[in-house]
Design a protein around this ligand. Structure first.
Ligand code: SF4
Length: 47
């Protein structure tokens, strides 16, 4: 489980991202946060 903050919009949701392979994301207010959490786990800092 990894904690991170979604930076895709000003809401700044606190995400909890589970381990591979699922990367289950909780704490996201919208679907973009789930995608962001997974991407950060797979390629931290962006592609
Ligand atoms: S999860 Fe959605 S609502 Fe929350 S900060 Fe990210 S983009 Fe904004």
């Amino acid at each position: 489980m990894t904690e991170m903050i979604c930076i895709l919009c000003p809401r700044g949701c606190h995400l909890s991202v589970g381990d591979a392979p699922g990367f289950q994301v909780t704490g996201n207010f919208c679907p973009r946060g789930a995608a962001y959490g997974r991407e950060e786990m797979e390629s931290p800092g962006g592609s």
